[in-house]
Write a protein that binds this ligand. Structure first.
Ligand code: ADE
Length: 259
């Protein structure tokens, strides 16, 4: 999969994305992360890309022209990189903005199916609306808070999407058995030693009884989700016994509150 990032700060990606799992995936050619500096497409002699907002107000707005030119360059680059020009299809363009749909694991799965993905990073007070209307297909936020720019959100998206691309994680199974499988949070993990500062690893994990361990882990996942993210339970995939377990948990909690 190929990520293409339109940004004013390509050095942020160079600093962060050639490390660890993502860095290895780039090195092995499983994914690529290509940055395009929007400033390179400024016609201004001082390479300015921003200007005052029409109608007044604080801050600066990125002008449409350099963004549109950077986009044209990028699309052409993607087209030329195809062995079979007939296989070219217009890539999706994600604009990372606090005004977008809030990113989640399902969106990461869906986007990981794309061969090319363009991510547009804003800065200052944003980007002129007209160019957004012309090129953006998806508006995505990484949460209800405001950052100074779109670079960190773009890296969050790349990390979450790239690890779902086959071959990026060395143990493919590990992408499956973790938080958000069946819409539940992951169960707690333990490693050696068996006793740490007086705290024992749950006995069942030492038993070697796989069915019991599986049941324990599912119950831990359900309890943890109920405690920390009850909103997820609405869409959780549970067996009949697990629903009963959840009902007992809820009953117990209400009992604790009222007794
Ligand atoms: N740019 C600034 N804040 C952001 C956020 N929360 N999500 C995505 N892009 C952003």
């Amino acid at each position: 999969m190929n990520f293409h990032v339109m940004t004013l700060f390509p050095e942020m990606f160079e600093a962060c994305m050639n490390i660890s799992i993502i860095g290895r995936a780039v090195e092995n050619g499983i994914i690529s992360i290509n940055t395009v500096n929007i400033r390179d497409f400024s016609e201004d002699k001082h390479k300015r890309v921003d200007d005052y907002p029409y109608g007044g107000g604080a801050g600066m707005v990125i002008q449409p022209e350099p963004v549109y030119k950077a986009f044209g360059y990028l699309v052409n680059h993607i087209k030329l990189s195809k062995d079979d020009p007939g296989s070219f299809k217009k890539p999706r363009v994600v604009y990372v903005t606090p005004q977008g749909y809030v990113f989640n694991q399902n969106m990461a799965y869906e986007l990981s199916q794309e061969e090319d993905l363009i991510i547009l990073c804003g800065h200052y007070e944003g980007i002129d609306e007209r160019v957004l209307e012309m090129i953006v297909t998806d508006y995505i936020s990484i949460g209800d808070y405001v950052l100074t720019g779109g670079e960190l959100p773009a890296m969050v998206l790349i990390d979450a999407i790239a690890r779902l691309v086959p071959g990026v994680l060395s143990n493919e199974a590990s992408a499956e058995f973790e938080s958000f499988k069946d819409n539940l949070l992951e169960y707690p993990q333990y490693t050696r030693p068996e006793v740490f500062m007086g705290r024992r690893v749950p006995e069942v994990l030492l038993s070697g009884h796989h069915a019991k361990i599986e049941e324990f882990r599912r119950q831990q996942s359900i309890a943890r989700t109920y405690e920390r993210r009850p909103d997820l339970l609405e869409n959780a995939v549970l067996t009949e016994e697990e629903r009963e377990y959840l009902t007992r948990l809820i009953f117990q909690k209400n009992f604790d509150i009222y007794s």
